[in-house]
Each structure stands twice: as structure tokens, then as C-alpha cells.
Write a protein that binds this ligand. Structure first.
Ligand SMILES: NC(=O)c1ccc[n+]([C@@H]2O[C@H](COP(=O)([O-])OP(=O)(O)OC[C@H]3O[C@@H](n4cnc5c(N)ncnc54)[C@H](OP(=O)(O)O)[C@@H]3O)[C@@H](O)[C@H]2O)c1
Length: 224
């Protein structure tokens, strides 16, 4: 018997990193998990590792029709977790503005449209877990677009929480700090990733990054 027995969980970005760790935890606790992401091979590998009847729906969350198709694929949504998205790092004068737009299309509008389609399929007792990031409340260098996005997701979560409370739907925002073992693109050449992450880790008071399991623990607490 698991704490999430019989629950249907939709986890966007569930093919890797934080989303995968959450999907894994939910599946282990008995949830029927549906993961979404763009890369077929990544999803297939994740589904195989997840077991417990998990399945994937290939979805680009920047495309509203694909988000609708994802939510249409389940009879109801008990747990919605929206981890899909990437980050854009770099000095403000060097980042191509189009890359901020693309980040918002997936990581901001993707989360909002997942809520749009999922809420009518949620019963009292259901839960939404959005994903922002520490840049929403701490000042990080070279991350202006991502900081704006994280702040907006935090605000969106607060608004949805009070809007959906009368329906018995709880809304929370997971706001990861630096988290290791993810597939995130840090925007630096592969040979420089180690130094880049070491530099970020030095800014963390505990001098260690978080783990995807820390995030899964938090998401499980919020879900259960
Ligand atoms: N790692 C950190 O330190 C950190 C810190 C703060 C916030 N975050 C946020 O946490 C969330 C999870 O990231 P992560 O760190 O676990 O990195 P990750 O391993 O790269 O996970 C992101 C997942 O989202 C999917 N994805 C990206 N764009 C998508 C789109 N348009 N449609 C559907 N799926 C999409 C990716 O798969 P495909 O590319 O195959 O679609 C990937 O599986 C992200 O929003 C990230 O920005 C991470």
C-alpha cells in the first residue's frame, strides 16, 4: 500500500532531473504516472526505469494543443506537477531576446495552460505543484529572464492557490535552488560545466547543491 494509491499523476518534464525524481517517488507510492516531454527516447528510457505502469505522452508544453492532448489522455488529474522547461543564462546584452520568449512559451505558458486544461478534471483533494526557482526571490547574476519567469510563477501560484481553494484543489510552487543530476542546459560548453557549477555551489551557504531527491521529498510532502 502506498500513500498515493489510485491517484493519477501528470508530471511534465518527467523524463529527466527533478520531474523524473518526482515521477519515480509518486510511482513508488502507488500513483499511476503519466510523464511528458519532447524527446521520445528520453521518455522511453524514463518509462522503463519508472515501471509501475507509468506511461509517457510526447508533448511540447509550449504548444497549447499538445498540452490539451496530454490532459485529454487521462480520465482525471489528481496530481499535476509542471517541471517542464529550461533556463537561459547569460549577460543581458548577450542573450538573444528570442530565447527568453521561447523559455516563457514552455516554462511559463506551459505551466499555465496545463492548469487551464487540468483543473476541470480535478476533484476536491487534488493538488497542483508548479515549479519556479530560487531566482524568483534571490538576486542571481546573468539570469535576468529566468529570474523574471520564476517571480511570475511564484505570483501565479499564489493567485491560483486562492482561486482554486474553494474547489478543494491545493496549489504550491516548488522553488528549487541549485540542483544536481539534472539535464539542464547551463549555457556553457560541456568542458566548463564543472567549474560553472562549482562557482554556483560556492554561493550556496551549505556549500552543496540540492539533489533531485530533495525536490522529490518536498513534492511528495505537498502531494500526500
Ligand atoms: N537544476 C536546477 O538547479 C534548477 C534550479 C531552479 C529551477 N529549476 C527548474 O526546475 C525544472 C526542472 O528542471 P531540471 O533541473 O530537472 O532539468 P532537466 O533535467 O533539464 O528537466 C527539464 C525537463 O523538461 C523537459 N522540457 C523542457 N522543455 C520542454 C517543453 N517545451 N515541453 C516539454 N518538456 C520540456 C525536458 O525534456 P525534453 O528536452 O526532452 O523536452 C526535461 O526532461 C525546470 O523548470 C528548471 O528550470 C532547476
Amino acid at each position: 500500500m502506498g500513500s498515493l494509491d489510485g491517484k493519477i499523476a501528470v508530471v511534465t518534464g518527467g523524463g529527466s532531473g527533478i520531474g523524473f525524481a518526482i515521477a519515480e517517488r509518486f510511482a513508488r507510492e502507488g500513483a499511476q504516472v503519466v510523464i511528458a516531454g519532447r524527446r521520445k527516447e528520453r521518455l522511453a528510457a524514463a518509462v522503463e526505469k519508472l515501471g509501475h505502469g507509468a506511461r509517457a505522452v510526447q508533448t511540447d508544453v509550449a504548444d497549447e494543443a499538445q498540452v490539451q492532448r496530454l490532459i485529454d489522455s487521462v480520465p482525471r488529474v489528481d496530481l499535476l506537477v509542471t517541471c517542464a522547461g529550461g533556463a537561459v543564462f547569460g549577460p543581458v546584452e548577450q542573450v538573444p531576446p528570442q530565447s527568453w520568449r521561447e523559455m516563457f512559451e514552455g516554462r511559463f505558458f506551459g505551466q499555465l495552460s496545463a492548469c487551464h486544461y487540468a483543473v476541470p478534471k480535478m476533484r476536491p483533494g487534488s493538488t497542483i505543484i508548479l515549479c519556479s526557482g530560487i531566482a524568483g526571490h534571490a538576486a542571481l547574476v546573468n539570469y535576468s529572464g529566468g529570474a523574471g519567469l520564476c517571480g511570475e510563477v511564484n505570483a501565479m501560484g499564489r493567485s491560483l492557490a486562492v482561486e482554486l481553494a474553494p474547489k478543494g484543489i491545493r496549489v504550491n510552487v516548488l522553488s528549487p535552488g541549485l540542483t544536481r543530476d539534472t539535464a539542464i542546459d547551463w549555457g556553457v560548453p560541456p568542458e566548463k560545466v564543472g567549474d560553472f557549477l562549482a562557482g554556483l555551489t560556492r554561493q550556496v551557504p551549505l556549500k552543496r547543491p540540492g539533489t533531485v531527491h530533495d525536490m522529490a521529498d518536498a513534492a511528495f510532502f505537498l502531494a500526500a
